[in-house]
Design a protein around this ligand. Structure first.
Ligand code: UDP
Length: 246
C-alpha cells in the first residue's frame, strides 16, 4: 500500500512486512528498487519534476524522517514505522546473512565500503559480501561487470542523491542483483566514520535534534520540516497535494 505526498508515493507497510515482500520478490525473480523518502526530498520533488519521477520509479519508498510520519497522521494515513535508509540496509544484511544471499557495496570514498562490509560481517555472522567498490571508479562498464561477476543478489549504492538513484535506474536491467537500494551516507555510518544519534534520541524521534545540537548549521535544512507540514496541511484544505490514500 502507498500514500502520496505532492504526488510522491510512500509505502505504508510495517518494517517486517516490507522486508518479507522484498525477499519474496527476490525469490520470484522480481527486481526491487528501494529509495528513502524524507520531508526535504518531498519538498525538493515538489519543485523538481525530474526528482519527482525518479522517486516514483522506485518499487519501495521507505518513510525515512519523522516528518513523513507526522504528515501521514495529519492526513489520517497509515504510516507508522519510521524506516531509515541505514536501518533498511542493516535489516537486509541481517536477513541476507540467514538466507545466504550475497550483498555488494558500491560507493563512498576508497576503503569505506570494504570497512563497512567487514563491520557488517562482524555484526551478522554468515553474511556473504560478494564484493565492494568505491564510488570514485568512473568506468561504468567496469563497475557493471564487477557487480555482475560477484553473484550478489542485493546491491547497495552510496553515491549521494540523486546520482545513486540515476545509476540504479539506468543500469537495473543490465545488473544481475534483484534488490537495489540507494543508501546515501550509510557506508560512512557502518564503517564508523560517522556516528548516529544515541538510541535514546532515535527512539524518541529526536535524531534531528541531536544532529542540530552537533551541527547547528543544519537549522536552515531543518526548516524544511515545518514548511513541509504546512504545505501538506494547505494541500489538504484545498483537497489536493497532501497525503491521499490509494
Ligand atoms: N560519493 C561517491 N562518489 C561521488 C560522490 C559522492 O561515492 O562521486 C559518496 C560520498 O563519499 C558519500 C556518499 O556518496 O559516502 C553520500 O554522499 P552524501 O552524504 O553527500 O549524500 P546524501 O545522502 O546527502 O545524498
Amino acid at each position: 500500500m502507498k500514500e502520496h505526498f505532492f504526488g510522491v508515493q510512500v509505502n505504508t507497510e510495517r518494517f517486517d512486512e516490507m522486508l518479507d515482500q522484498i525477499f519474496a520478490r527476490m525469490k520470484n525473480g522480481d527486481k526491487s528498487f528501494i529509495v528513502a523518502i524524507n520531508p526535504e526530498k518531498l519538498m525538493k520533488a515538489k519543485r523538481d519534476p525530474e526528482l519527482h519521477d525518479i522517486l516514483n520509479t522506485a518499487d519501495f519508498q521507505i518513510p525515512d524522517g519523522v516528518g513523513v510520519l507526522i504528515a501521514s497522521r495529519m492526513m489520517k494515513g497509515n504510516i507508522r514505522d519510521r524506516i531509515t535508509g541505514v536501518d533498511m540496509m542493516e535489516q537486509l544484511c541481517s536477513r541476507a546473512a540467514k538466507t545466504g544471499d550475497g550483498v555488494f557495496l558500491y560507493g563512498a570514498k576508497p576503503g569505506v565500503a570494504a570497512q563497512a562490509a567487514s563491520n557488517l560481517q562482524a555484526k551478522f555472522p554468515g553474511l556473504q559480501v560478494a564484493g565492494t567498490l568505491d564510488g570514485y571508479v568512473k568506468d561504468e562498464r567496469e563497475i557493471i561487470d564487477t557487480i555482475n561477476q560477484s553473484g550478489a543478489q542485493i546491491l547497495f549504492v552510496a553515491l549521494g542523491s540523486p546520482t545513486q538513484e540515476n545509476f540504479i535506474i539506468a543500469n537495473k536491467d543490465k545488473l544481475v542483483p534483484s534488490v537495489f537500494q540507494g543508501v546515501g551516507g550509510s557506508f560512512d555510518v557502518f564503517s564508523g566514520n560517522i556516528k548516529r544519534a544515541p538510541a535514546l534520541f532515535r527512539k524518541a524521534g529526536l535524531e534531528w535534534l541531536y544532529r542540530l545540537l552537533k551541527e547547528p548549521a543544519r537549522w536552515r535544512r531543518q526548516l524544511e520540516l515545518p514548511k513541509f507540514l504546512i504545505a501538506v496541511l494547505t494541500g489538504k484544505r484545498q483537497g489536493k497535494g497532501g497525503g491521499a490514500h490509494e
